[in-house]
Design a protein around this ligand. Structure first.
Ligand SMILES: NC(=O)c1ccc[n+]([C@@H]2O[C@H](COP(=O)([O-])OP(=O)(O)OC[C@H]3O[C@@H](n4cnc5c(N)ncnc54)[C@H](O)[C@@H]3O)[C@@H](O)[C@H]2O)c1
Ligand SMILES: Nc1nc(=O)c(N)c(NC[C@H](O)[C@H](O)[C@H](O)COP(=O)(O)O)[nH]1
Length: 220
């Protein structure tokens, strides 16, 4: 199967949480880390999140720095990275910031048509999977549309599915100097969890950034 190179970028607290017990977005990254995230976006063909992240954070997912946008153009990439939501039941709100030219919402065939109609003017709809988005199928579709480097910005359940399916090549984890706590607060990877065999990572780099640490891991 052809698929893009896939990497996850996430910020977590010192205790491994990516947001609070009520799924509220917490500023974990400092300025330097946010600039690094913008650089990773600018170097990607597409950026993907799960709909849980859209509902909790309403991210825009655009390249923020004008200099980076211009650098992309100089390198022949005329468009900004695609913005993609994995959204099995089409729950993305019609006023979500992610919508607009370059946005694709991946839904399953069971997504209600009336919800799709509300979204159609703001994005392209890709249907794959019966109940949930078929992620391997989506990867192939994105590859066919020219996506070679896909950045995933969470959340916890999408990270789980992609890792469980063996679709992730690299993970950047920024560990910030705070503790969030809470059994129910999302962690870097949620879902049911692995039982017997656990994906192994090899450490590629370690860097001190702001008041925290950036780790770059490769998956085997
Ligand atoms: N700190 C960070 O770097 C960071 C980054 C992103 C999100 N977050 C936080 O993560 C939380 C959201 O995470 P989450 O786990 O609730 O939602 P999520 O963003 O992982 O989205 C999950 C949803 O994606 C959809 N989906 C479609 N196909 C899927 C598939 N095959 N497998 C899994 N999901 C699929 C489903 O509708 C599912 O409900 C929010 O609280 C947000 O603030 C933090
Ligand atoms: N890198 C990072 N550091 C954080 O401290 C934090 N809370 C997030 N959270 C990820 C989340 O989904 C954000 O909402 C999008 O990164 C916002 O994207 P925009 O700025 O709207 O483009 N991400």
């Amino acid at each position: 199967m052809n698929r893009p190179f896939v990497f996850i970028n996430s910020a977590m607290s010192a205790d491994g949480k990516i947001s609070s017990r009520d799924r509220r977005q917490i500023r974990i990254s400092g300025k330097e880390d946010l600039m690094r995230v913008d650089e990773l976006r600018a170097a990607s063909d597409a950026i993907m999140v799960g709909v849980g992240t859209v509902l909790a954070d309403d991210p825009g997912l655009r390249v923020k720095s004008r200099i980076l946008r211009e650098k992309r153009k100089d390198m022949g990439q005329l468009k900004e990275p695609f913005r993609i939501v994995a959204d099995s039941n089409a729950r993305t709100p019609a006023n979500a910031k992610i919508l607009g030219p370059g946005c694709m919402i991946a839904v399953s065939y069971s997504a209600p048509e009336e919800r799709l109609d509300r979204l159609r003017s703001g994005c392209e709809i890709i249907k794959c999977g019966t109940e949930m988005v078929d992620l391997p199928g989506l990867m192939e579709e994105l590859y066919n549309r020219g996506v070679r480097r896909l950045m995933v910005e969470g959340g916890a359940r999408l990270n789980w599915s992609l890792i469980e399916l063996g679709l992730v090549d690299e993970i950047y984890i920024y560990i910030g100097g705070l503790i969030i706590g809470g059994e129910r607060a999302p962690s870097l990877v949620d879902g049911p969890g692995f039982r017997n065999s656990f994906p192994r990572l090899s450490l590629q780099s370690v860097q001190r950034l702001d008041e925290g640490l950036l780790l770059q891991w490769e998956l085997h």
